[in-house]
Design a protein around this ligand. Structure first.
Ligand SMILES: NC(=O)c1ccc[n+]([C@@H]2O[C@H](COP(=O)([O-])OP(=O)(O)OC[C@H]3O[C@@H](n4cnc5c(N)ncnc54)[C@H](O)[C@@H]3O)[C@@H](O)[C@H]2O)c1
Length: 352
């Protein structure tokens, strides 16, 4: 491991609980890291920056640029940091990539996770929080929404890896008493989601609207998804620090929105004037996916709070501000002409 990728050791007086967050440069786990830091925890981020970005990492977190599959590096990080809790979000998240390269998918999502779990046992980690997926776990959803009791039927290598890790968690808890919580998320959206990836339809639509480009909808747009805002996901991860023992929870809204509804809601919010371009349906795409979330409500006291329209407004607001920042970074003179919102003006004025 290179020296510059290995930050200085923390002071010995540190007493705050330490959480090692994998994937903390990515969309969901960077938001979780922010909340943990705000709640007074000390956070160590491990990320190989394959899809994550350095600028997402909270400046108060300690950062290791490392790959979760690297046995030596991960062992060194555990030895050095001795975290109390591990929150594991690093993953290969692209379903299509998992079909094209199931070996890479399994190496990251299964072998990488086992590498972490082995160190959790060695260093007596108090709890392991895992980001599983509800969207790919249950297959096509009927009138009755799937609860955690429904037998999983993942149909992609990505879904299989998520389910396999749940089995490993059960094994490690039974054999080594490692405590865990696994969250099966619905379709998460919100600030910092990658608008260039395959996943993340909300981020992709926001990006296209900002560029005033046409928006493609595959199929008739009536596909239903359980869209859950990232702040609700963050709350579940805060609760999991204290509640939940060796259990799996569905984390979604328990409702659905169609892609058409999403499109027209965003159109209303943004004033986007173009019509959607309907393309042939994608093979293998589910028609409906949603989650029964009663267990999380009953056992964790968690439920999704964010209204869909408000979540979309916040997400679009984030992308608009990021786009503004990107465009004006090299031309700060425009800010002087009063084109920037106040909160950005200050930051850009510092560049002048
Ligand atoms: N976004 C969703 O709707 C959704 C739904 C269900 C589950 N999940 C799960 O939540 C987690 C986070 O997803 P996200 O949407 O924030 O994706 P993301 O791509 O933004 O975040 C994943 C992070 O993991 C890092 N990473 C990837 N491979 C790594 C490796 N080998 N070693 C170290 N770091 C590595 C990436 O650089 C990135 O920062 C994933 O485990 C994903 O499967 C996401």
């Amino acid at each position: 491991m290179k020296n510059e990728k290995f930050p200085a050791k923390a002071g010995s007086r540190q007493k705050r609980k330490k959480i090692l967050v994998t994937g903390g440069a990515g969309f969901i786990a960077s938001n979780i890291s922010d909340a943990y830091i705000q709640a007074g925890y000390s956070v160590v981020v491990v990320d190989n920056l394959s899809t994550g970005k350095k600028e997402n990492i909270n400046p108060k977190a300690k950062f290791y640029e490392a790959d979760i599959t690297d046995k030596k590096q991960i062992a060194q990080i555990f030895e050095r940091e001795k975290p109390d809790i591990v929150n594991h979000h690093a993953a290969q998240i692209d379903v299509r990539k998992s079909l094209a390269d199931p070996i890479f998918d399994a190496q990251t999502n299964i072998i990488g996770t086992i590498n972490l779990l082995e160190n959790c046992v060695r260093y007596k980690i108090k709890k392991f929080i895992f980001a599983s997926s509800g969207g790919v776990m249950y297959g096509e959803c009927g009138k009755v929404l799937p609860s955690e009791k429904q037998i999983p039927r993942p149909i992609s290598p990505y879904g299989i890896t998520k389910h396999a890790v749940e089995h490993y968690l059960d094994y490690y808890s039974q054999t080594y008493r490692l405590k865990y919580v696994a969250f099966r998320y619905g379709n998460v959206y919100g600030p910092r989601q990658d608008p260039y990836g395959e996943a993340g339809v909300v981020a992709i639509f926001c990006n296209r609207i900002l560029a005033n480009e046409p928006i493609n909808i595959f199929g008739d747009g009536e596909q239903m998804r359980d869209y859950v805002f990232v702040s609700d996901i963050v709350n579940a991860n805060l609760i999991a620090l204290k509640k939940g023992k060796n259990e799996i929870f569905n984390i979604g809204t328990g409702g659905t929105k169609s892609v058409n509804q999403l499109f027209y809601e965003l159109k209303k919010i943004t004033g986007y004037s173009q019509k959607p371009v309907y393309r042939p349906p994608r093979t293998g795409e589910l028609f409906k996916s949603s989650l029964d979330v009663k267990k999380a409500q009953q056992k964790l006291g968690w439920s999704a709070k964010m209204k869909f329209s408000e979540g979309l407004e916040k997400t679009f607001g984030y992308f608009r501000a990021s786009e503004f920042e990107r465009r004006h970074r090299k031309t700060p003179d425009k800010i002087i002409r009063g084109q920037a919102p106040k909160r950005h003006r200050k930051r850009f004025c510092e560049l002048l």
